[in-house]
Design a protein around this ligand. Structure first.
Ligand code: GCW
Length: 727
C-alpha cells in the first residue's frame, strides 16, 4: 500500500523541483540577451564549456604583436576583441614570448628560435602553428605579408568560435582564387538595385570626411571571410561616379577598407567621355577618347593609389558600349585595360549581354558573343559571366563559357542577393547552389575540369588572374541582410571564394556555430534546414528545369502567364495544351552544342539529362514518363506540393531551437518562415492552376487542389519592391 503521507511529500518535491527547473530555464532565457544580428558571425560570446574555457585561457594568456602597420593594428585589435569576448579577460600585450603567448606578425619579424617555412604562402596565405619557443609553448600566426597575418587571425578566432581544439595547431592556408570581389549594385542616390535590406550603406553625402562605424564593421566582416575587393556602385552605371568630386568621396571608403586588405573598384560607364568628359563621342578608336580614359586613370590613382579597377556592363540591357561604334567587346575592354595597366589596375568586363529585344534563345547569346573573342583581351582584363547562361535563376546549368575560354581569364559572377530566390523574405541557403556550379564538370580537358578548377587554373596560365564576384545582399537594415539567414549566403560566398573546393555543409556548420551556438541541439536542425532550403525553393517555384516564370518586374512571385511585347514568360516555358519546356538540343536552339561534347550530349540525351534540368533542355509532352515513374505532369505538380511541404519541415526544424538561442532572432526567423510558407503556397497554387489550364489534366491522387481558380491568382498584386520594379 502506498503511504499517503510519503506520496504527498514526493509529489510536493516533484512540484518544487519542476518549479525550480522552470525558474532556471526562465532565467537562462532571460540571460540570453536578445540580438539584432548586427554582429554577424563576429559576436564572440563567452565560451560556456568550462573545459574548453580552461584550455583556451591557458593558450591565450598574452599576445605578442610584431610590426606596426594599420593592418597589423586591426589584426591585433580583432584578436583582443575576440579573446576578451570569448574568454572574459583582455590578454596582456607583451614584449616577450611566455607560456600561452599568441604571436602575430610577419615571418621576417619573428624572433629567432621561431622559424617557420613561409614558402608558397604568397600575398595572402598564412600559417598558424603551435610551437615550442625558448622552452615554452606558444601559438604563432604568421605570413609573408601583414594581410596574411590578418587572415590568419580571423582563422584562429574561428577555431575558438567553433569550439575547436587549440593543441598542436599546424594550419597552412592560401586562397584558391586571387580576386574575391563583391559587386555592389548601389546607386549613387542611395538605392540598391535588387537589394532588399534597406538602402545603400554608403552615405555619399557625408563622404569622404565622415566615416561611419558601419564601414569598418563591414570591412571586418568581409576581411574575416577573405573578401579583398569591393565594387562600390551599380553596373547600371552613372558616369558621374568617375567625376573628381565623387572620386574624392570614394577615396574616403578606400581609406577605411585599406587596412583590411580590401581594394575598391568602380563601375565605368562606357559613355563617360561624352557624359562627363565633354567629348562628342565615346568611340574606342578615337584617340581623344583613349586619352580621356588614360587621363582619368591617372587622376583616379592620384586620389586612390591602390584603386582596384573597373567593372563594366556594356551593350547589355540598354547600357552603352563599344558595339555602339561598331567595335567588339574586346576593343572596348582593352581600351580601359590599357588605361589602367600602368597602375596595375584590372578590368572586369561582364559577359552578361543581351539586348532588350526578343530573340530565338537568350541562353545562347553570351557564348555566341564571346567565344569568338577568346584570347583577344589584354592581360589585365577578366571576362565575367554569370554562373548560368540566363540570369541568376533558382537553378541553371553552368554557363558554357566556363571551359570554353582557355585564353581569357574568366571571373564567375554569382548573386548573393536573392533577386530570383524570394528576396529577403525566403530562407534559401545559396551555398548549395554555388557548390553545384563550382563542382560542375566542364570536361574542358577531360573529366575533372570543374568550373571551380577552371577558375583557379587561370591563376597559373594567366599570371595570377583568378577571380570570383558576388552581388551582395547588404543594406542599411540593422542585421545587414534583411533576413538573418541572408548573412549565411554572404559568409558562404566568401568561404567558397577563398576555397572553391569547400563544401556547403561544413560552411553552414561553421556559420551556425559562430552565429548562434555550438550546441548540437542548434547546429543539427539548423544545418538540416539550410541544406534543404534551396531545393525546396526550386520545387515550389520552378521545378524540373522551369525558369524565368517570376513576376516580370520585381522578379518575385509567380507570373507564368506574363505576356509582354519584349519578353514573356512563354519564351521560357513555352507551354501548350500538350507540351512544355524549351528544346535546346541540336534539334532545337542548339544550346547543348555550346558545351564540351561529354556534357552537351548528356544534356541533349533524354536518358541522361538530369531531371533537375529537364525542361531547360527539352520540350516534352505532359504524358512523358519520368524516372520516378510519374508522368511529367504529375512530377511537376508533385514537386510544387513537396516544395511547400519542405517549408513546413523547415518550420519544424527551426522550432527545435526555441529557447536555445535568443528570442529576438528566433522570432524574426520564425515569422519569416511563416511568410515564406504563405508565399510558397501562392507559387504552388498559381503555377498548378496556370499549367493545369493548359494540360487539362487532374492532380495526382491525394493532393488537395488549389482553393481558388486561376483568375484569382492572376489578380493578386505583387509585393512592394524596394527597387520600384513593382509598387
Ligand atoms: O537580372 C538582371 C537584373 C538587373 C541587373 C541585370 C544585370 C544590374 O534584373 O537588375 O542590372 O540583371 O546583371 O546587369
Amino acid at each position: 500500500m502506498i503511504d499517503s503521507r510519503e506520496y504527498s511529500i514526493d509529489s510536493n518535491l516533484i512540484d518544487n523541483m519542476k518549479h525550480i527547473i522552470s525558474v532556471i530555464l526562465l532565467l537562462s532565457t532571460l540571460c540570453m540577451k536578445g540580438e539584432t544580428g548586427y554582429d554577424l558571425w563576429l559576436r564572440y560570446p563567452p565560451v560556456e564549456n568550462s573545459r574548453l574555457l580552461k584550455e583556451y585561457s591557458s593558450k591565450n594568456k598574452n599576445i605578442l604583436v610584431l610590426g606596426d602597420s594599420p593592418t597589423i593594428r586591426v589584426a591585433s585589435e580583432e584578436l583582443e576583441r575576440g579573446l576578451e569576448g570569448m574568454l572574459g579577460y583582455k590578454p596582456e600585450t607583451g614584449r616577450r614570448i611566455g607560456k600561452g603567448t599568441v604571436v602575430i606578425g610577419r615571418h621576417d619579424l619573428l624572433p629567432s628560435g621561431c622559424r617557420v617555412d613561409p614558402e608558397g604562402l604568397g600575398e595572402e596565405g598564412f600559417l598558424i602553428r603551435s610551437m615550442k619557443i625558448e622552452g615554452v609553448t606558444a601559438t604563432v600566426i604568421t605570413a609573408l605579408t601583414d594581410k596574411g597575418v590578418l587572415y590568419g587571425v580571423f582563422r584562429y578566432l574561428r577555431l575558438l568560435q567553433t569550439a575547436s581544439p587549440l593543441a598542436d595547431l599546424d594550419i597552412r592556408d592560401t586562397p584558391g582564387l586571387n580576386y574575391r570581389v563583391l559587386n555592389h549594385w548601389d546607386n549613387l542616390n542611395g538605392t540598391v538595385e535588387r537589394g532588399y535590406a534597406g538602402y545603400s550603406i554608403w552615405n555619399w553625402e557625408r563622404l569622404p570626411h565622415y566615416k561611419e562605424q558601419r564601414y569598418s564593421d563591414y570591412a571586418r566582416a568581409n576581411a574575416s571571410i577573405g573578401i579583398n575587393g569591393l565594387v562600390l556602385n551599380n553596373v547600371n552605371a552613372e558616369a558621374k561616379s568617375l567625376r573628381h568630386d565623387w572620386l574624392v568621396k570614394a577615396s574616403g571608403l578606400a581609406d577605411v577598407f585599406r587596412p583590411y586588405g580590401i581594394r575598391i573598384y568602380l563601375t565605368a560607364k562606357f559613355s563617360a567621355p561624352k557624359e562627363i568628359g565633354g567629348l562628342p563621342t565615346a568611340d574606342p578608336r578615337d584617340e581623344r577618347v583613349r586619352q580621356w580614359w588614360k587621363d582619368k586613370a591617372r587622376e583616379i590613382y592620384s586620389i586612390i593609389p591602390d584603386f582596384g579597377g573597373f567593372l563594366v556592363k556594356a551593350n547589355s540591357e540598354g547600357q552603352p558600349g563599344p558595339q555602339d561604334y561598331g567595335c567588339s567587346h574586346a576593343e572596348g575592354a582593352n581600351m580601359l585595360g590599357e588605361a589602367l595597366a600602368p597602375y596595375g589596375g584590372i578590368v572586369f568586363w561582364r559577359a552578361f549581354v543581351y539586348q532588350n529585344e526578343r530573340h530565338i534563345d537568350r541562353v545562347v547569346t553570351g557564348y555566341n558573343e564571346f567565344k569568338p573573342l577568346d584570347g583577344k583581351f589584354r592581360e589585365n582584363v577578366f571576362l565575367q559571366p554569370k554562373n548560368g547562361p540566363i540570369d541568376f535563376q533558382p537553378r541553371e546549368p553552368f554557363h558554357p563559357l566556363f571551359g570554353s575560354m582557355p585564353d581569357t581569364p574568366l571571373a564567375m559572377e554569382v548573386q548573393i542577393t536573392q533577386e530570383n530566390l524570394g528576396h529577403a523574405g525566403h530562407l534559401v541557403y545559396l551555398a548549395t547552389m554555388y557548390e553545384e556550379v563550382l563542382k560542375s564538370d566542364t570536361y574542358a580537358g577531360g573529366s575533372g575540369y570543374t568550373v571551380g578548377r577552371i577558375l583557379k587554373d587561370y591563376a597559373r596560365s594567366h599570371h595570377g588572374m583568378s577571380a570570383i564576384a558576388g552581388v551582395p545582399n547588404v543594406g542599411t537594415d540593422l542585421n545587414w541582410t534583411g533576413h538573418l539567414f541572408g548573412q549565411a549566403n554572404w559568409y558562404a560566398f566568401g568561404r567558397l571564394a577563398w576555397n572553391p573546393d569547400a563544401g556547403a555543409e561544413e560552411i553552414a556548420d561553421d556559420w551556425i556555430r559562430m552565429t548562434f551556438s555550438n550546441a548540437s541541439g542548434v547546429t543539427e536542425p539548423v544545418k538540416e534546414m539550410m541544406m534543404m532550403s534551396r531545393e525546396a525553393y526550386v520545387d515550389y517555384t520552378m521545378p524540373v528545369g522551369l525558369n524565368h516564370i517570376m513576376n516580370f518586374g520585381s522578379h518575385n512571385g509567380p507570373e507564368p502567364w506574363h505576356h509582354d511585347p519584349s519578353w514573356t514568360a512563354y519564351d521560357y516555358h513555352k507551354v501548350t495544351a500538350d507540351s512544355i519546356g524549351v528544346d535546346r538540343t541540336p534539334k532545337g536552339t542548339g544550346a547543348t552544342l555550346q558545351y564540351h561534347s561529354e556534357v552537351g550530349e548528356r544534356f541533349a540525351d533524354l536518358s541522361t539529362c538530369p531531371d533537375e534540368l529537364l525542361l531547360w533542355f527539352h520540350r516534352l509532352p505532359f504524358t512523358y514518363r519520368m524516372r520516378s515513374g510519374r508522368t511529367l505532369w504529375d512530377e511537376i505538380v508533385t514537386r510544387y506540393y513537396t516544395g511547400v511541404e519542405k517549408v513546413g519541415e523547415m518550420q519544424d526544424m527551426w522550432s527545435k531551437v526555441e529557447g536555445l538561442i535568443d528570442d529576438e532572432r528566433y522570432r524574426h526567423v520564425k515569422e519569416l518562415l511563416s511568410f515564406q510558407k504563405r508565399e510558397a503556397e501562392w507559387w504552388r497554387d498559381a503555377c498548378v492552376q496556370f499549367f493545369g489550364s493548359y494540360s487539362g489534366l487532374p492532380l495526382p491522387e491525394g493532393l488537395t487542389p488549389p482553393p481558388h481558380p486561376l483568375e484569382y491568382y492572376k489578380r493578386i498584386p505583387f509585393p512592394y519592391d524596394w527597387n520600384g520594379y513593382y509598387d
